[in-house]
Design a protein around this ligand. Structure first.
Ligand code: ADP
Ligand code: MG
Length: 240
């Protein structure tokens, strides 16, 4: 489980995150939304130990990220991250992109890593694309390979940062379908997304951020049907 307590972060004197408190229980899917610049990506990067923060605490599986004894590299191995832009290695096939980290980091033999990669390609619905290079895959296919590549490290948590916002509309669903499956299989996920259909299907909680603060939280129904703040109402009217 991930526990965030009164997290505060500044970029120099810019207060980017203010008093963020949130608990993500095992198996839960939390959707984070909010206007551009509200601090969503920064929050994910803090959870992943990629960004330092100045006040408050983030505890993952009982280990505080601020504890100098905690190995952030080890911790990051348990957290998969998928970004808006799928950064696949262009000179490697889909299969090799997925098999790489288990071979390098886990020292799995090639055969074992590629067998696992093949299973993951089946899971994201692309067994026929194992030997295709990224340039020959659509954006949606590339993003599904990126998800499979994260899953290859057998993470306990998955963080998604607007994974469909760079995709053409017809490719969004194939990526969201993979994420819905993952959520239903019990993966613990934090998803920054404005896809309210996805949120309705799988979000245990929605958080709405504005100017670095959580200004609303609740179930999909309470947030979507009955937003309390003007800021959330305005935001919802813009994305619909
Ligand atoms: P979101 O993902 O919600 O669009 P971000 O977390 O990317 O928001 O950014 C929040 C704010 O922090 C923005 O105003 C952005 O310009 C600023 N910011 C992000 N990264 C940095 C950085 N490395 N240095 C300074 N300011 C940053
Ligand atoms: Mg962002």
């Amino acid at each position: 489980m991930i526990e965030i307590q009164k997290l505060n972060k500044w970029f120099d004197d810019f207060h980017v995150l203010t008093d963020i408190t949130e608990t993500i229980e095992k198996g839960q899917t939390v959707v984070v939304c909010g206007p551009s610049g509200s601090g969503k990506s920064t929050l994910l990067r803090c959870i992943n130990g990629l960004e330092p923060f100045q006040k408050g605490e983030i505890v993952v599986d009982g280990k505080s990220l601020s504890d100098p004894k905690v190995n952030l590299y080890k911790l990051r191995e348990s957290i998969g991250m998928v970004f808006q832009r799928f950064e696949l290695y262009p000179h490697m096939t889909a299969l090799k992109n997925i098999a790489l980290a288990p071979m390098k980091v886990r020292r799995w033999p090639r055969k074992k890593a590629e067998e696992k990669a093949m299973l993951l390609l089946e899971r994201v619905g692309m067994p026929d694309k194992a030997h295709a290079y990224p340039a020959n895959l659509s954006g949606g296919q590339q993003q599904r390979v990126a998800i499979a590549r994260s899953l290859a490290m057998e993470p306990k948590y998955m963080l998604f940062d607007e994974p469909t916002s760079a995709l053409d509309p017809e490719m969004i669903k194939e990526v969201l379908d993979v994420m819905v499956d993952l959520a239903r299989e019990g993966m613990t996920m934090v998803c920054v997304t404005h896809e309210m259909g996805f949120a309705r299907e799988v979000a245990d909680e929605i958080i709405f951020m504005d100017h670095g603060k959580i200004v609303e939280r609740g179930t999909f129904e309470t947030f979507f049907n009955n937003p309390k703040t003007d800021r959330a109402k305005e935001f919802l009217s813009q994305i619909l």
